[in-house]
Write a protein that binds this ligand. Structure first.
Ligand SMILES: [Zn+2]
Length: 269
């Protein structure tokens, strides 16, 4: 059986932080190997030092989700950092829940998901959140996708909806997870990265585009690209290998694999 010795050897040379994972149960979707203990043990065996998690429960509920992430952060305190989730459908409740729980030092950012919550990021229900989180100084990671796909709820997460928010909230640090996700949008997002210096991306999930990392680094540099896998939705080893075998320099790989995340989330390692 393949024991991945080669990949383990290559990853041992870097500080690796996965800035985009999910843990915990999720209804109506079968995910093999979605056992927290096993997922984390496997990540550690490939030299991933830390991961930042948005638990599935927090995407769908407010109070329960927050309890669940706090429990996970305590259980895996040597490995995990966490995102709280802002849910615009319960605007007041969610915002006050975030205010209370930012005291937890393991919380390093906020996750939003316009498609999951069926709410455009420019909707007035997001307004207070944007101002609050800009002042609080925590990075926000948002789902982003090409609206021109079969799954119609992706229309809520068009990366270009965030332009006005970035113009208005100049101190906000925003991560466009999936960098627009599909097709030509993956390339159009580079122009956003060139234009807004507080904008970051990851290529988490099922994004398999040869040459994409090279194109981003060539045009926007290596300092605002994060290694995020979307584990357990996909095997993180694909992303590790894809970054390590890309045609960019060793130091650019080091930025993407972990240094950028350490800086963005101010991690004490
Ligand atoms: Zn995700």
């Amino acid at each position: 059986m393949h024991d991945f010795t080669d990949l383990k050897h290559k990853t041992s040379k870097y500080l690796i932080i996965d800035s985009h994972i999910h843990l915990g149960p999720l209804a109506n979707l079968y995910m093999p190997s979605n056992d927290e203990q096993k997922v984390i043990a496997m990540m550690k065996s490939f030299n991933i030092k830390k991961a930042v998690c948005a638990n599935h429960g927090a995407l769908s509920t407010v109070a329960h989700g927050t309890l669940e992430i706090a429990e996970l952060l305590e259980r895996f305190s040597d490995f995990l950092y966490g995102y709280l989730v802002f849910n615009p459908n319960f605007e007041k409740l969610s915002l006050s829940d975030i205010e209370k729980n930012l005291e937890n030092k393991k919380i390093v950012g906020i996750n939003i998901h316009p498609s999951w919550h069926l709410c455009y990021p420019y909707d007035r229900r997001y307004e207070k959140f944007w101002s609050f989180i800009e002042d609080a100084g925590y990075p926000v990671i948002t789902h982003s996708w090409n609206p021109d796909v079969a799954n119609k709820i992706q229309k809520f997460s068009d990366p270009f909806f965030f332009e006005d928010i970035l113009k208005k909230h100049k101190k906000l640090r925003l991560v466009l997870a999936h960098a627009g996700g599909r097709g030509e949008m993956l390339y159009r997002v580079i122009s956003l990265l060139e234009k807004y210096e507080n904008l970051y991306v990851d290529f988490a999930g099922d994004i398999f585009v040869p040459g994409l990392i090279e194109e981003y680094v060539k045009r926007a540099g290596s300092c605002r690209i994060l290694f995020g896998s979307d584990t357990p939705w996909i095997d993180f080893r694909f992303h590790l290998e894809n970054i390590i075998s890309s045609s960019i320099s060793q130091s650019q790989k080091a930025d993407i694999l972990g240094l950028n995340a350490a800086r963005l989330f101010k991690l004490e390692l």
